[in-house]
Structure formats: structure tokens, C-alpha cells
Design a binder for this molecule. Structure first.
Ligand code: ZN
Ligand code: ZN
Length: 478
């Protein structure tokens, strides 16, 4: 879908649909919505009077204009209470609105940039959010379907009031497109089945996207190189699979020197059966998405390379399959991670933390000054926070605060969880330095506590996205 910006009145837009809005409780629309309603001889007002439309968040009203304006349809979307409306509201509203217009067969649509009038949102930021919401809301994955979605929106025009507003809105659109393309790349990887998206294929796709993206370099380490590095934990998880593990390393240089200021580490289990501690078969197909953390960090690197912040960033993705086999890892086995620490394996389904242990050691060896790891790590995190918020754990107050603030800016709901010393007791092993599970109580926390053994003093935040990596229904821009 192409996205453009024009300074024009909604009433004069020629196309299949225009999107305008209303805050909750407004009886007589003003601004763009008011002007449109006048041209429609009060159709919107009469829907409000009839109680059909109140402007609540999530509400929408699709009207056919019957030739009263050049556009054939008007979609009025509810923004909810004005004081609560924010940039994530812009994304959510645009995602739903674009799907509604696509369903009704619109190809060329226009929209006001929600929240920039009475809402007081910054124009550039709101244009970015509108772009992200529109592109992500229209996302489909129909690669393996016989019947493809035929209806498509070809062009979205964001409308501003005056010409000087075009430049900032366009700048926002450009950033929004970059971010949405990165997210789409990650979504495609998560949706891809594991017989296609093998560890090597994940590496191939990372390599391909690096070739297409200026400023990104990519290095793939094979089994031999991983062995030479002493990554016993990653090798241990991979040993039940017929497919070799890989370590994917992406680098972006935007700052001085060679040292990465930030290291992103993402879990890349392309299928998690649980291994010998096998999972129940019900829902196991969803375990093709156990590389979502890896997909997220590779996607993030593509956006970083295009947005060019003045900082060096590296990403490390350990990728392999977790399968039961005659050679597979067994409960009671002891592994040695890259930093020499020994790990007693209690449950082979707690494999994510094992591969992350070696990847975090590797990121530290690269010299990364701060770390963020992203992983679909624990069912316990889903129990604690549901499917709304990602759990955050960390060892450095100011770095945690920066990551949480970045989440607020991006519309990612994150909640900080504790990491007290005492939780470490649960993962003390009788035969090794640490064991890979600490039982049911505080399972998301003891998983983070385990990872802490491998980051040592480096400022680090662990994001457990087990509940937020996927969704089974369309909502807003997800
Ligand atoms: Zn597992
Ligand atoms: Zn897993």
C-alpha cells in the first residue's frame, strides 16, 4: 500500500472512502468531521442523536455518501475519551478502520490524522502512528492458502489542513513505514511453519535482509564454530535435532569505534516440542513461534539500519530445534556454557534459557555495553501477566527505566517484575552451578534469575514475550 500526504479538505477527496473521527460524548461534530457532516446534510449528527454512534473507542460508523461528496464512503471512528487518547490509540483506530474499508472493497482511501486537532498530539508522531497502524492492521499471512485475500487497499492519503504541515507528516510516514516493514518481516517469520523456517532458513532470511539493507552486516556461525566457542548449552539443546544449530550475528555501526553500545539477543527456537520433557500435543503447533524473540531482534536491526541512530548495535540470535531423539538432552544431564558455568538440566522444555545463556555470553564477548534479550520464555509469565503485557526483568535501574520508557513510546505494554537475590535459591543445583528450572513458584522470575548468571555485571533487561508474541484474533493493529 502506498501512503501519501496532502493538504486538502476531506470533503473534496476523490476516492472510495474517507476516515474521520469523533471523541466520546461529542454531540455536534466540529472540524473536519463537522465540515463533512454539513456536506452530508447531517447524516453523522442523526446517527449520534439516534444513539447509533457515541464515539466510544472501538466504535465505527460506515456511511454511503450517495454522491453528496466525491468520496463514496465515510467511516467515522470513535476515539474514546479525549483525555485518554494517545499515539497507540491512533495505531489501534487506523488498524481497525483500514480493515473495515478493505472489507467493503475500498482501494483508495484517505484519513485525517487522528488526535492532531483537539487531541493535541504531535503531527509527525501521529502520522507515524497512523502509518504503522494502517500497515500492520492490514497484515495478512496467506502464503499457503488456496484463496488469497483479493480485496486490497492500494493507496492511503493522510490529510492535513495546511501546506506547512505536509513536511512533518511525510517525515512521520517514512518512519512509520520503516517500523511497519520491520514488524511485518518479524511477523512473517513467526507465522512460517517450522518445516520451512529451519534454523538455517532463519539464518538465510537474516542474511538476505542484511544484503538488502545498507549498513547491516551479518555473520552466521555453524556447528563447528559454535563448538569451538564452547557453547555447550546451545549444542545440548540442538543435539536431539537432525538440523544443525546456528548463531546469527547482525551488526550496525552508527557510532564511534567498534564496540556495540547495545546488544539485542533473541531466542530462536524454530520448534519447541519440549524435548524429552515433551509438551502435551494440544496446542503444540503454536511452538513454531518459539523464535519470535529472534525474529523481533532481527526485525529491529533492519529498522535501526534504516533510521540510522548514532550508536553501534549488535544482535545475536541462537537458533535450533528442541526435539526428542535417541541423542537428545535428558533430565539430569549437565552442560557447560560458554563462560564455563555448569548447568544441571532438570526439564528439557526449559531450553530457551539454555541457548540464551550462551548467546548472552557471546554478546558480552563482543563487548556490548548494555543488553536486552527478548524471548518467548515461560508459561509462568503468561500466568502472571496474561496476554496484555510483556514481563521485564533487569539488573540496572536506569537501563530498565530506559527500556520501559521506550516501550511506552512504541505502544508496547511492558511491566517490570522483581529479581530479588532470594529467588536465586530456587535454582541452586546439587551437582552443578545452577539448574535450569526452579519449580512452579515464580517461574518467570527464576528463568530470569538463571539468565542473570550469564550477563554477570553488564546492564541487562530480559523481556519475556511468551504472552504477547502472538494473538489468536484481530484487534487494532495486531
Ligand atoms: Zn520449552
Ligand atoms: Zn521454548
Amino acid at each position: 500500500m502506498q501512503i501519501g500526504v496532502e493538504a486538502r479538505d476531506v470533503v473534496t477527496f476523490r476516492g472510495d472512502g474517507v476516515i474521520v473521527n469523533l471523541f466520546e460524548g461529542v454531540q455536534a461534530p466540529t472540524g473536519a468531521t463537522g465540515a463533512l457532516d454539513d456536506a452530508l446534510r447531517g447524516l453523522i449528527r442523526s446517527a449520534i442523536r439516534a444513539g447509533e454512534f457515541t464515539g466510544k473507542a472501538g466504535e465505527s460508523l460506515l456511511l454511503h455518501t450517495g454522491g453528496r461528496i466525491p468520496a463514496t464512503r465515510v467511516l467515522v471512528v470513535g476515539l474514546g475519551k479525549a483525555e485518554r487518547f494517545d499515539l497507540d490509540g491512533v495505531r489501534t483506530v487506523m488498524g481497525g478502520a483500514l480493515r473495515t474499508l478493505r472489507r467493503s472493497g475500498c482501494r483508495r482511501v484517505a484519513s485525517v490524522i487522528h488526535g492532531t486537532g483537539a487531541g493535541g498530539l504531535d503531527l509527525r508522531e501521529a502520522a507515524q502512528a497512523a502509518t504503522e497502524g494502517a500497515l500492520l492492521g492490514l497484515y495478512t499471512f496467506d502464503r499457503y492458502k488456496a484463496e488469497k485475500e483479493e480485496k486490497r487497499v492500494d493507496r492511503l492519503t493522510l490529510l492535513v489542513r495546511e501546506r506547512p504541515q505536509i513536511a512533518p507528516a511525510r517525515a512521520g510516514v517514512l518512519i512509520g513505514q520503516t517500523v511497519a516493514e520491520a514488524v511485518t518481516f518479524a511477523r512473517d517469520l513467526v507465522n512460517e511453519p517450522s518445516n520451512t523456517l529451519t534454523p538455517q532458513e532463519l539464518a538465510n532470511r537474516a542474511q538476505a535482509v542484511c544484503k538488502r539493507t545498507r549498513g547491516l552486516s551479518c555473520e552466521i556461525l555453524n556447528r563447528r564454530q559454535i563448538t569451538r566457542l564452547g557453547m555447550g548449552a546451545l549444542l545440548g539443546v540442538a543435539q536431539g535435532s537432525g538440523r544443525d544449530p546456528v548463531l546469527i550475528i547482525l551488526r550496525y555501526r552508527g557510532g564511534r569505534g567498534r564496540v556495540p553500545a547495545v546488544g539485542l539477543v533473541g531466542k530462536g527456537i524454530t520448534f519447541d516440542s519440549g524435548g524429552i520433557s515433551i509438551k502435551p500435543s494440544e496446542g503444540m503447533e503454536q511452538m513454531k513461534g518459539d523464535m519470535a524473540g529472534g525474529a523481533a531482534v532481527v526485525g529491529a536491526m533492519t529498522a535501526i539500519a534504516r533510521l540510522r541512530p548514532r550508536v553501534n548495535v549488535a544482535a545475536v540470535v541462537p537458533a535450533c530445534e528442541n526435539l526428542p531423539d535417541a541423542r537428545a538432552l535428558k533430565p539430569g544431564d549437565v552442560l557447560r556454557a560458554m563462560n564455563g558455568k555448569t548447568i544441571e538440566v532438570i526439564n528439557t522444555d526449559a531450553e530457551g534459557r539454555l541457548i540464551l545463556a550462551d548467546a548472552l555470553c557471546y554478546a558480552r564477548q563482543l563487548g556490548c555495553e548494555r543488553l536486552v534479550d527478548v524471548a518467548t520464555l515461560t508459561g509462568a509469565c503468561v500466568v502472571a501477566l496474561g496476554r496484555i503485557r510483556t514481563g521485564a526483568f533487569g539488573n540496572d535501574r536506569s537501563w530498565i527505566d530506559q527500556v520501559l520508557a521506550a516501550g511506552v513510546g512504541a505502544g508496547e505494554k511492558i511491566w517490570q517484575m522483581p529479581l530479588d537475590e532470594e529467588y536465586g535459591e530456587q535454582i541452586k543445583s546439587d551437582v552443578a552451578v545452577v539448574k535450569n528450572t526452579g519449580g512452579r513458584p515464580g517461574g518467570a522470575i527464576t528463568a530470569a534469575k538463571f539468565l542473570e548468571h550469564f550477563v554477570e555485571k553488564t546492564p541487562w533487561v530480559h523481556l519475556d514475550i511468551a504472552g504477547t508474541a502472538d494473538t489468536d484474533r484481530e484487534k487494532g493493529y495486531t
